[in-house]
Structures are given as C-alpha cells and as structure tokens.
Ligand binder design. Structure first.
Ligand SMILES: [Zn+2]
Length: 340
C-alpha cells in the first residue's frame, strides 16, 4: 500500500511535467528518529516499535503550510480520558429555535431543514447561526446540506442588503466540543464582513503572486499535483484533495466553481468521515465577495477523539506553524475512494 513514507519513490515515478510542478510547490524530507529504551520498559506494549520512527515532513513552498507525519503518534499512550459523553436532549434551545434563540435585526432566513438565528455572542458584527432541523449533529444527507448552503447564501445577501459595505462572506461548521462548538445540536455559522478574513486575504495574495510568476492558477496547479500523486479526484463537479500538508488529521480540500456545487461532495466526505469514526470536525468554506464569481474552497478537518482531554493543537501548530499529524494521506485516499 502506498504511504507517505514512500513519498521519494512516488515523486520520482511521476512524469517529468508533474514532477516539476510538484517541485515548484513542495519540498520534503524523510528521516528516522532514534532512541534507546532501558531494559525495564522495552517489552511494554504501550511503547511499541518506537526505537526507530520514520518522520516525514512536507512543506508547501508557496504557502509555507508544513506538516510532520509520524504514524507512531497515533499509538502513543494518552492518559487523560473523560468519563462519558452526554448527547442529552434536555433543555436544548436549538430544538425550539424560533422561541428560544435571538433573530437578526433583519429577521430570520428559513429553509426546509434549517433556520437562522442571530449569534448571541458575536465573533464579528454580522454573525448568525444556521440551526439544523436535526438535533443529532451527524448530518450527511445531500438534500439537507444543500438546504443549509442555500440558507447561508440567502443570509449573506440579506446581511449585505442591511449593510452594503459588508461584502466578504465566510461559512463555517464546528461539530461538537473538540471543534469548538458549545452546543451539541447540529448547526453551522455564517459571517459577513467589510474585510476578508485573514486566511481569505492570504489566499488572494498567494493566487495573485502565483499568477504573476507562473501565469497559472495556484489552486488548479495544487489540484494537478494532488491528482498526479493519486491524492486528487473529482466528486461530481467538485475537485477533491486529500491534503498533502494537512493542518491536522484527515484534512480534505474541496474546490468548487460555485458554493452550491458543494453539497454532493460534502455529503460523501461527511459520510466517509462518520464511517471511519470521526465525531468532531471543523468545516470552512472560503467564498468570493458578494456579487463576484470565483472559486470556492472548502476545508474540513477531524478534531479526533471526543473522549480525549488532550487538545490536538499545541505549540507546534500555534507558533511553529508546522502541524504534527498521524493520518497518512495516501492511506486515507484509498479509504475515501472506496465509498464514492
Ligand atoms: Zn436540539
């Protein structure tokens, strides 16, 4: 089975043009980390085969996204565990959204499977929640996701009518507490601002500089490299990439010509996520400004074990900006492609 540790041979076997494009965007190294165990603990199963561990680091030279892969980390002992998980329906305000949540000053936007509410503690001055019809947060039906996105788009337009200077939309979905959600009941969030959020602005700059230097669209080339490596493929109209420099576990990128092209791909990816045990995730969609048409980029990432009290993000991610990841993009691709 292909694996991230075989990246030198995988890249070497690419046709010349693809290898040049890979080298334009990425660099990598593969090294072995070594240690000596005292006799007393060498035979303990929890340490496994750790005396030699292969580390792969991949860096995107254009964006400086960088990831360290070490499969051993998935097997390391984690001592902090929570007692139980409470999915309780008691006192769920979102189950009675229209009675028990605030509405925006310009009213609510309603769909068949969701309704908006104004966020009570706003990140930014135009910030709403899309409350799903389902309490159970593990939604993956295409029809429901399409409805959420339609309502999101309608809310962006409504908020823009309310404040013409707000033109930059952002869609996000935090599922359960590991991903930062404070409410169990399924919900997404929408924001509209007068400046793009920092990552959107960063992408705009990257695309502009890349086009000036290479006369090519950065995201088209990123997809070509993923496709050449076997990590990129299409679900309907959407180009899907099992990200080679994931920000954390199992990150998938989806490129769509239009926001409403996404539901089918999202539905498949979520179905796969739930199937492999993902219970908490962050999903974000970067959209063009209101009134303009451009690529939409969706990013989704697993926030791992709900019962774990160890946060998956530490100094390496926050300050070194180099994510430490155990899931292998090549193995994930095999598993995702099986269900499509
Ligand atoms: Zn509920």
């Amino acid at each position: 089975m292909r694996s991230i540790v075989n990246i030198p041979e995988i890249v070497e076997s690419l046709p010349k043009e693809d290898r040049e494009l890979f080298d334009r965007i990425y660099r990598y190294y593969v090294e072995v980390g070594r240690l000596k165990l005292p006799d007393g603990i060498r035979d303990l199963r929890e340490f496994g085969e750790c005396e030699e561990q292969t580390i792969v680091r991949v860096t995107n030279k254009i964006t400086l996204e960088s990831t360290l892969f070490n499969e051993l980390r998935a097997k390391r002992p984690i001592e902090a565990k929570m007692e139980s998980i409470n999915y309780s329906l008691e006192e769920c305000r979102f189950c009675r959204a229209e009675e028990l949540t605030a509405e925006d000053v310009f009213g609510r936007t309603k769909g068949k499977h969701c309704v908006t509410a104004s966020n009570m503690a706003k990140y930014d001055y135009l910030h709403a929640i899309i409350i799903f019809g389902d309490h159970d947060p593990f939604v993956c039906e295409e029809e429901k996701i399409r409805d959420y996105l339609k309502v999101a788009r309608a809310w962006f337009e409504e908020a823009n009518r309310f404040d013409k200077s707000a033109r930059y939309p952002f869609f996000m979905w935090n599922c359960l507490w590991r991903a930062g959600a404070s409410v169990i009941h399924g919900h997404a969030q929408v924001l509209l601002s007068k400046e793009p959020y920092a990552m959107q602005e960063f992408y705009n700059k990257v695309r502009k500089l890349y086009r000036q230097k290479y006369d090519s669209e950065y995201f088209d080339d990123l997809f070509r490299v993923h496709e050449a490596l076997g990590l990129g493929f299409r679900i309907g109209k959407v180009r899907v990439m099992v990200h080679l420099t994931p920000i954390k576990e199992k990150e998938i990128l989806m490129l769509a010509e239009d926001f409403l092209d996404l539901p089918n791909a999202l539905s498949n990816v979520l179905r796969w996520y739930y199937g492999i045990g993902v219970r908490s995730f962050n999903l974000a969609v970067f959209l063009p400004p209101i009134g303009e048409s451009d690529l939409c980029l969706a990013r989704i990432v697993d926030r791992v074990d709900l019962a774990s009290r160890t946060c998956d993000i530490g100094c390496m991610e926050l300050f070194a900006r180099t994510s430490v990841v155990s899931s292998d993009p090549f193995k994930l691709t095999g598993s995702l492609r099986k269900i499509i």
